[in-house]
Design a protein around this ligand. Structure first.
Ligand code: FES
Length: 116
């Protein structure tokens, strides 16, 4: 596993998982931390967002590669759509796990306990 920088924010440890320029409005960015934590990062209205990269339909790890449109991502496999901010499945049913994100000092950070 890559050694990632950590910092204390409000009494909790956060881990940097990406650099800010890696997360764009146009394309998702995959951060595969380990088998349990495979994340897709997106930027919506300037704010970095993180959800699981694994689609609940067929467990395909491909959401980072989906089409981004108005805050949603469309799975490239069978076109299920998800709200990137809330993780909601737009057709109903199982949604995506979301992760709290902070963007500080040119980096994108998630709570270390969320990826442990
Ligand atoms: S695997 Fe995502 S819609 Fe089927």
């Amino acid at each position: 596993m890559i050694d990632r920088p950590t910092m204390n924010i409000d009494g909790e440890e956060w881990t940097r998982i990406a650099r800010s320029p890696e997360v764009s409005e146009r394309q998702g960015f995959r951060v595969e931390l380990d088998i349990e934590h495979d994340l897709a990062l997106f930027r919506v209205d300037g704010i970095a967002r993180a959800v699981t990269n694994v689609c609940p339909h067929k467990r395909a790890a491909c959401l980072y590669d989906g089409v981004i449109e108005r805050g949603t991502v469309t799975c490239p496999m069978h076109a299920w759509q998800f709200d990137v901010v809330t993780g909601a499945n737009l057709a109903g049913g199982g949604g995506l796990r979301t992760y709290d994100v902070r963007e500080i000092e040119g980096g994108v950070w998630v709570r270390s306990s969320d990826i442990a």
